[in-house]
Design a protein around this ligand. Structure first.
Ligand code: ADP
Ligand code: FBP
Ligand code: MG
Length: 340
């Protein structure tokens, strides 16, 4: 049996650990063959495929990114399901493991609905996929964001400045919430909760009056109550979505002007997605990889692996695709009560 593996969508620390887990245990325990597909669906449709052997996966769990490369190609706009079938047949590929986020899994679901044997592994640093409690990459992103905020606090303290730390989070504020709590931010701003600049400045002023250099953690997808669209000044991505980043720079002068406190903004950007995955993410990614291999062996097409509690389970693609996993109001309320 030959199994194709592809990674698609934005990268996340832990992708390599998933690939390693699938290939290592597939070769060691089941004598399976693996085909590496370069650059997501694009490589499948262009037949950019190679025999994925044990030496390719040696020691890769600790490396960020993906040895397979990634893209945001939509297989339905580039070749279509007939071409997917043709390439799989030509390479004697009996099954496909698609590792990606909601876009990749939506494509995988459509292909699987057409009878193509696919299983999925969820991936998102934003941690916004429903049906799985956590995804690999999220813990690493939170760790990096927390360390950055700790650093911003010491320079903020020295200069008695308000520091605004902008982190990733297009639709959901999990990274901002977790890193903001860990770093003791005085306000945490997330996409799920619109706020006025007056409320934010009140928290900043209150913290400053207590002798603190205020720290504001903001997710890139946050909107002030005066905004109708997310802040975007960098054009569109390959999928036609606005590229985010820069809301911190928008907020900083508004805060400075209203509070009189000198304010600086830092956008962390892709630093959160690069480099070494945490041990937690490596273990989670490895377990998800083992789970995906098991699904292939059981021919559970149309399913993806997920973490529920501490268990790795199988869920149908549609369970992950219905809605995003947003920060619940109650989770935000308990944090918000302590702002300022
Ligand atoms: N409903 C869909 N059907 C087919 N392909 C899709 C669909 N939605 C998204 N995609 C493709 O999947 C790609 C990857 O999705 P994206 O959201 O960028 O990354 P991720 O998989 O990390 O969420 C998109 O750029 C798009 O080409
Ligand atoms: O610069 P890129 O690759 O377009 O990606 C940026 C986007 O990817 C994200 O990191 C989301 O990634 P996930 O799909 O892993 O959740 C967003 O927070 C960000 O807006
Ligand atoms: Mg996505």
């Amino acid at each position: 049996m030959a199994i194709g593996i592809l990674t698609s969508g934005g990268d996340a620390p832990g992708l390599n650990a998933v690939i390693r887990a699938i290939v290592f245990s597939g070769i060691q325990l089941h004598q399976l063959d693996f085909l590496g597909i370069r650059n997501g669906w694009k490589g499948l449709l262009e037949e950019d495929i190679f025999r994925l052997e044990r030496h390719h996966i040696m020691g890769i769990s600790k490396h960020g990114g993906t040895i397979l490369g990634t893209s945001r190609t939509n297989p339905f706009e580039y070749g279509g399901p007939d071409r997917v079938r043709e390439v799989m047949e030509r390479h004697s590929m009996d099954a496909l493991v698609a590792i990606g986020g909601e876009g990749t899994l939506a494509a995988a679901k459509r292909l699987s609905d057409l009878g193509i044997p696919i299983v999925g592994v969820p991936k998102t640093v934003d941690n916004d996929l429903d049906a799985t409690d956590y995804t690999f990459g999220f813990d690493t992103a939170v760790e990096i964001a927390t360390e950055a905020m700790d650093r911003l606090r010491t320079t903020g303290d020295s200069h008695d400045r308000c520091m605004v730390a902008e982190v990733m989070g297009r639709h959901v504020g999990w990274i901002a919430l977790h890193s903001g709590v860990a770093a003791g931010a005085h306000a945490i701003l997330i996409p799920e909760q619109k706020l006025s600049i007056e409320e934010i400045c009140e928290w900043v002023t209150r913290a400053h009056l207590r002798g603190r250099a205020p720290l504001v953690a903001v997710a890139e997808g946050f909107l002030l109550d005066t905004m109708t669209d997310v802040h975007s000044e960098r054009g569109l991505d390959a999928f036609g979505r606005p590229r985010l980043g820069g809301i911190g720079e928008v907020l900083a002068p508004l805060i400075e002007e209203r509070t009189g406190i000198e304010t600086r903004a830092t956008t962390l950007g892709h630093i959160q997605r690069g480099g070494t995955p945490t041990a937690y993410d490596r273990v989670l990614a490895t377990r998800l990889g083992w789970g995906a291999l098991q699904m292939v062996l059981e021919e559970k097409w149309g399913f993806m692996v997920a973490l529920q509690g501490t268990d790795i389970v199988d869920v149908p693609f549609e369970a992950a695709l219905g809605s995003l996993k947003t920060v619940p109001d109650a989770r935000y309320a308990e944090v918000r009560a302590l702002f300022g």
